[in-house]
Design a protein around this ligand. Structure first.
Ligand SMILES: [Fe+2]
Length: 316
């Protein structure tokens, strides 16, 4: 009996340590992940893409703001922001100030549910068991339109259910984006077939729902950037993510993967998918475990061999 009590006490202590680490240390251990994506035509110079997602910024998160401001030192050629920037009605100027010099870099963006609606207390158990319906319950609106106007004013391309082009480092890039699929705001009829005269075709979405990834891949987009999953947020050592908060399987909750077109399901070399684990969490669930908050520097490089599909390359 005494042994059982000691065991329960030890487990409780380990659990308390784990929660303390997840809430007090890892959730604020911001990191930069680097990947290399072979997707450019031969002869094009590499393009450094800073992928930001899921900042979930509140005015009091000064450490996160300093870290975000420091990312401008990377001197990226392009910023891709896949949404969920806000977690407070007064966060728009805070996010803009923290983005700082990055707003002088060419950028594209879409929004997520946490740009439109304020966070609220949820039941984390329902999340872990795959029930995300409570996340769709409307809460007070956030000033997403103010953030959108400021980003557009600084020259960033708004890809909310629309498409556009940018020339970045001498490469003509065709973009298409959708509004947040997690809220069923996506309008796939606005996604045009990937322009064949562009050097690179990029899809952008907040939540990586399969219907959106399939559409981009089937329509010939080379790379899709997404966020939303928080990388699973609470992960297990070795196994990794348990959930993605959408219909993407947990094995692709973060990082660089392939997403074959439905027309070529066995093609290992079809469209790339990069999912950011994001830099924040809901302020009501400020915990991360085995899934540090991140930004990604994705270096786009030319495909190395003609006729040979590029292998998956992930660095650090
Ligand atoms: Fe998020």
């Amino acid at each position: 009996m005494r042994t059982a009590g000691a065991t329960i006490g030890a487990l409780a202590a380990v659990g308390a340590l784990g929660v303390g680490y997840a809430a007090g240390i890892e959730v604020r251990s911001f990191t930069l992940r680097r990947v290399e994506i072979e997707c450019l035509p031969r002869g094009h110079r590499p393009i450094r893409v800073l992928h930001l997602s899921d900042l979930h910024m509140t005015p009091s998160q000064h450490r996160k703001q300093r870290w975000l401001r420091s990312l401008a030192d990377l001197a990226p050629d392009l910023v891709v922001d896949t949404g969920d920037n806000l977690a407070h009605r007064r966060s728009v100027p805070v996010v803009l100030d923290a983005l700082g010099e990055l707003l002088n870099v060419p950028g594209v963006f879409v929004f997520g549910s946490n740009d439109y609606f304020a966070p609220t207390l949820r039941n984390p158990a329902r999340y872990l068991f795959g029930d995300s319906s409570q996340w769709r319950t409307p809460t007070p609106r956030l000033p997403a339109d103010d953030l959108r106007a400021a980003m557009v004013e600084r020259g960033w391309l708004d890809l909310t259910n629309t498409s556009g082009t940018l020339e970045v480092a001498g490469t003509q890039i065709a973009f298409a984006g959708v509004d947040d699929p997690h809220l069923d705001y996506d309008d796939l009829s606005t996604v045009p077939p990937a322009p064949v005269d562009a050097d690179l075709r990029v899809g952008v979405t907040h939540a990586p729902y399969l219907r959106v990834l399939d559409r981009f891949a089937d329509d010939g987009y080379d790379v899709t950037f997404a966020g939303h999953t928080h990388g699973g947020q609470l992960c297990l050592p070795v196994k990794g993510a348990l959930v993605t908060n959408c219909d993407l399987e947990p094995a692709r909750a973060k990082g660089l993967h392939r997403h074959p077109a439905a027309s070529a399901p066995g093609d290992p070399g079809s469209s790339w998918l990069h999912v950011s684990a994001g830099a924040g969490t809901s302020p009501y669930a400020p915990v991360r475990f085995c899934c540090r908050p991140e930004a990604t520097l994705a270096t786009l490089v030319p495909v190395r061999e003609v006729g040979v599909r590029a292998p998956l390359r992930a660095v650090a």
